[in-house]
Write a protein that binds this ligand. Structure first.
Ligand code: OSB
Ligand code: MG
Length: 372
């Protein structure tokens, strides 16, 4: 395989409602859609779902654009490769920048899966025909409004609720949600809003029988998380701290977490996501698939990842209608009664709608092999 052309498109879509975490509020999102084309005219699609600001991780949309246009694209264009690991080897000197890498790698996985005529899920080794879907709910100041939102998602069939928490909106909010819904699968995500000084507060969550508490401490820590895990009954789940299979291995060796949130973007692509899955699967550690409010392209890739056998908890892979009025792919990625069907067509199994991509594109650049 050889790539002759890469198109980067900055696509902006409005959100159905604003999303708030412990660090930001958003009412629209812009992601980089990556289209790759091979010498023989085959096409693959990927999505770089970086936040626009550096509050979740150090990358931003603009750093991804820079890396893709000035480094990753030029490093892979026109070079011969067979497997995805050969392709990623071309940019192995590029440190970090995993969201940027993931967008390009996803497009190449889609390309290769289409070339082989297999669904992306099968290409990765997926086994499930459908995946259980959970929702991630932003922080709301008003608990009654939050309970309404939860009710709406449970009645449409979603299998698990994740609540964003932060100082001032934590133990008492969870207490009220648990009182209203004693039996649901419930978990919380702090996005690094606490420190070890908050151990007593975090221990107070133990009484609510949560599936897990996600990333309570610093985004780059695993040592303090190990100290925290030793003090909690609730399993700690790492999100921000895990960028690779090596990080996952170290976190598990330290008992810094007992569950891992695997995000394709954060770990630099589908192959690394699978490696982390395989490590955890071998060790009997449950994993689940996190999201970055993906448009349909990245969302379809998440669905494929969730079909791997070790993804035992429902993921943050809801229907795209939770976030967007219109998806970028046909058919749209949707949940029915809390399940998303794993598509059986080649590659992502959802066709990007080129007109819709064009009409929402704010900026684009084309890179071609042999053109400086
Ligand atoms: O921490 O999981 C997170 C979105 C942006 C940044 C960080 C996170 C999230 C989500 C979104 O929780 C989940 C989704 O895509 O539905
Ligand atoms: Mg998280």
């Amino acid at each position: 395989m050889r790539l002759r052309r890469i198109d980067l498109k900055l696509v902006r879509l409005p959100l159905v409602r604003p999303f708030r975490t412990s660090s930001s509020v958003k009412d629209h999102l812009a992601h980089i859609v990556v289209r790759v084309e091979s010498d023989d005219g085959l096409v693959g699609w990927g999505e770089c779902a970086s936040p626009s600001d550096p509050y979740y991780c150090p990358e931003t949309t603009e750093t991804c654009w820079h890396l893709l246009r000035d480094f990753l694209g030029p490093l892979v264009l026109g070079r011969e490769w067979e497997a995805i690991d050969d392709l990623t080897a071309f940019y192995r000197l590029v440190k970090g920048n995993n969201f940027a890498k993931a967008g390009l790698e996803m497009a190449c996985c889609d390309l290769l899966a289409r070339a082989e005529g297999v669904p992306l899920a099968a290409f990765l080794g997926g086994v499930r025909p459908r995946i259980a879907s959970g929702v991630s709910l932003g922080i709301e100041d008003d608990t009654a409004a939050l309970l309404d939102t939860i009710e709406r998602h449970l009645s449409s069939g979603y299998k698990r609720i994740k609540l964003k928490i932060g100082p001032g909106r934590d133990v008492e909010v969870v207490r009220e949600v648990r009182r209203a819904y004693p039996d649901i699968l419930l978990q919380v995500d702090a996005n690094s809003a606490y420190t070890l000084n908050d151990i007593d507060l975090l221990r107070a969550l133990d009484e609510f029988d949560l599936l897990l508490i996600e990333q309570p401490l610093a985004h780059d820590d695993i040592i303090d998380h190990a100290r925290l895990q030793a003090a909690l009954r609730t399993p700690v789940c790492l999100d921000e701290s895990i960028h690779s299979e090596a990080d996952a291995r170290k976190a598990l060796e330290l008992d810094a977490c007992r569950v891992i949130n695997i995000k394709v973007s954060r770990v630099g692509g589908l192959m690394e996501a699978r490696r982390i899955h395989d490590l955890c699967f071998t060790r009997g550690v449950p994993v689940w698939c996190g999201g970055m409010h993906e448009f349909g392209i990245g969302r379809a890739a998440n669905v494929a990842v969730c079909s791997l056998p070790g993804f035992v908890f429902p993921g943050d892979v809801s229907g795209s209608d939770k976030y967007y009025l219109q998806d970028l792919v046909d058919p749209p990625v949707l949940a029915h009664d809390g399940y998303v069907t794993v598509p059986t067509g080649p590659g992502l199994g959802h066709e990007p709608i080129e007109d819709r991509i064009v009409s929402n594109t704010r900026r684009e650049v084309t890179l071609e092999a042999g053109v400086a």
